[in-house]
Design a binder for this molecule. Structure first.
Ligand SMILES: [Zn+2]
Length: 359
């Protein structure tokens, strides 16, 4: 078996495909972390370097808007420029950390297709100047539309991405829960709802249409839910992923696990189920909710430990100055360290620790 290695930094095009193949061959998956600012980006890079794990950094439309600043008057431009600002930050710093980094954007429903197209324009400009796109990949989540329309729009967008060496993540079936206003709040009795489970026939349709156009991955639903809900709301059935892989393998006479699969809504999933899903060709698992909580929890501990420093610049009882404690670097750093600790666990669960292919 040949070992493929890459230079550290943002990976795109053939290098991106090399990384995805290395994950699937090596039986591990990369965490895909939703970032909202330099604190979360830097925490992810620091964690990846310490764990010697490659990593995926992604922005939701709301995360991109926040990154660019909630005060940018035009929300559409704010979402595009915020994502570009994050990408430039990552391009500048990623190689310093000695790992491979995939740059990606998260769920875009039909209303947000223009956001992705705005970013493609930026990648086309970047490609002209450097020979590489700005982002490694984007996601389109048209799972609320009929399957024919979902795939038709995906094919149109992938045709534009392929010449830049970019990959498209699509969604088939519905991830339960809601993220940044996209998705479906779960209702009682949703367990067993067939929409929460991707049909292998739909995955085959996607493969037939998209694989001749370019590189793509599939967020398939196997009972996953965004956010953390009370146990028992849904049941994860990773075997659905296996069934999709086997149908494509059989129909096209391919080797095992031809599809690149993505695991959404995995917060709170046991390590056993994660390993089972990775065995069926999952190379990317999104991690948002658990890291949001890790950041907030660590900041809360700072506030709890020094409550008066968040109330007074100088303590009125004893004239103690609190500058060193309310300095944002103190408590934001605590938040970063909370993210690093939780993401280190996620990398261990996904099997990516020590597997970076960057040299
Ligand atoms: Zn998702």
């Amino acid at each position: 078996m040949t070992t493929n290695t890459l230079k550290p930094g943002v990976v795109t095009g053939a290098d991106y495909q090399t990384l995805v193949d290395a994950c699937k061959r090596g039986g591990y998956a990369l965490p895909a972390v939703n970032v909202v600012g330099t604190n979360t980006v830097n925490a992810v890079l620091e964690c990846a370097a310490k764990a010697k794990s490659d990593v995926i950094i992604q922005l939701s439309n709301g995360g991109a808007r926040f990154y660019g600043g909630e005060g940018v008057p035009d929300a559409h431009r704010g979402r595009v420029l915020g994502a570009v600002a994050a990408a430039q930050h990552v391009h500048l710093l990623a190689q310093e950390y000695g790992v491979c980094v995939v740059l990606h954007t998260d769920h875009a429903n039909k209303k947000l297709v223009p956001w992705v197209e705005g970013l493609l324009e930026k990648s086309e400009e970047h490609f002209k100047a450097t020979g590489r796109p700005l982002f490694s990949s984007h996601m389109l989540d048209l799972s609320e539309e009929p399957i024919e329309e979902n795939l038709e729009i995906c094919a149109r967008v992938l045709k534009r991405m392929a010449p830049l060496g970019m990959s498209l993540e699509i969604e088939l079936g519905v991830t339960g829960g809601e993220e940044d206003g996209i998705g479906h709040e779960l209702e009682h009795g949703d367990i067993g709802n067939p929409k929460l489970y991707t049909q292998p026939e739909d995955v085959l349709k996607a493969y037939d249409l998209l694989s001749p156009i370019g590189h793509f991955s599939v967020a398939a639903s196997f009972g996953n839910v965004h956010g953390v809900y009370a146990p028992g709301n849904v049941k994860l059935r990773p075997v659905i992923l296996k069934n999709s892989q086997e149908l494509v393998t059989k129909t096209h006479k391919l080797g095992s696990n031809p599809l690149n699969l993505v695991f959404h809504g995995g917060s709170g999933t046991s390590a056993d189920l994660i390993r089972e899903a990775v065995g069926y060709g999952v190379f990317k698992m999104n991690i948002d909710t658990d890291l949001q909580f890790a950041f907030a929890h660590a900041v809360a501990a700072e506030v709890d430990a020094n409550p008066r420093a968040f109330k007074y610049q100088v303590d009125p009882d004893n004239d103690k100055p609190y500058k060193k404690l309310y300095d944002p670097r103190k408590w934001l750093r605590a938040g970063e360290q909370g993210v690093i600790a939780r993401l280190t666990e996620a990398m261990a669960d996904l099997g990516s620790t020590g597997k970076s292919i960057a040299v």
